[in-house]
Design a binder for this molecule. Structure first.
Ligand SMILES: C[S@@+](CC[C@H](N)C(=O)[O-])C[C@H]1O[C@@H](n2cnc3c(N)ncnc32)[C@H](O)[C@@H]1O
Length: 229
């Protein structure tokens, strides 16, 4: 692997080119293939479940055996495995075939159904199919030109009364950020509520490198969250 600074510049370069060419998800497969199996070359890969997801799950009731969870843009699979360990029937997808092959190699006995899929097509074929949708840092990894369709596609996956748990970087104003990543603005977060979901909890964890929010949404207004505090 090249030194970390050159790697960052390489990733920024391919992301900028892909965005200019109007293929905003194209660069991810390049990131995974050029990592050549070294997780340190994947800037977002922690090789452990997201601690904010684990904290949220600790406050949730255990799911019934039939509850279906989905991980959007699952990367190297740690969050999907954490959800499966808690008892969910988990599907996890990513647009990168190399990332999905890497998940399958890391977790050969997993109950998670890993799939190579593009969010925009997957949402069409799995409309309202999941009781829990978990999304971490995929919306922000795509530029503002596709923000509205990205948010719509994620919301479409949620079953009636289902829960969306979202972890994302946020920005303080509406000016276009110099991504990647492209953190979400408050107006963009409101687009989630406009898709028929109600925000029931938000939490700003401390100690993160960039301003971050953990948000929980539900399709039904009557249910009250007992989760984030
Ligand atoms: C910044 S990474 C975050 C990965 C993981 N969620 C995490 O928090 O570590 C964004 C992920 O979304 C995937 N991705 C990007 N565009 C996608 C799309 N259109 N459909 C499915 N996955 C996509 C990328 O391949 C990448 O694994």
């Amino acid at each position: 692997m090249s030194d970390p600074q050159s790697r960052r510049e390489y990733i920024r370069d391919i992301a900028t080119k892909a965005t200019k060419d109007d293929h905003p998800s194209r660069w991810f497969e390049q990131v995974y293939t050029t990592a050549e199996g070294e997780s340190a070359a994947i800037p977002w890969a922690q090789m452990q479940p997201n601690p904010h997801l684990l904290a949220w799950l600790d406050k949730c009731d255990r799911p019934s055996p039939s509850q279906r969870a989905l991980v959007v843009g699952c990367g190297l699979g740690d969050d999907a495995e954490a959800l499966a360990e808690r008892g969910y029937q988990v599907t996890a997808f990513d647009i990168s075939p190399t990332a999905i092959a890497w998940c399958q190699e890391r977790f050969p006995n997993s109950s998670v159904e890993y799939q190579v899929a593009d969010l925009f097509e997957f949402a069409q074929t799995h409309s309202q199919a999941f009781d829990l949708v978990f999304e971490c840092r995929t919306i922000q990894a795509l530029p503002l030109t596709v923000r509205q369709p990205t948010i719509s596609a994620i919301c479409q996956l949620l079953a009636p009364e289902g829960t969306l748990f979202l972890i994302t970087n946020v920005r303080e104003d509406e000016a276009e950020p110099d991504g990647p990543p492209w953190p979400l603005s408050e107006t963009e977060l409101q687009q989630i509520s406009q898709q028929g979901l109600q925000e029931v909890q938000r939490h700003r964890p401390s100690g993160t490198k960039r301003p971050t929010l953990c948000l929980e949404y539900q399709r039904v207004s009557q249910r009250v969250s007992q989760n984030l505090s």
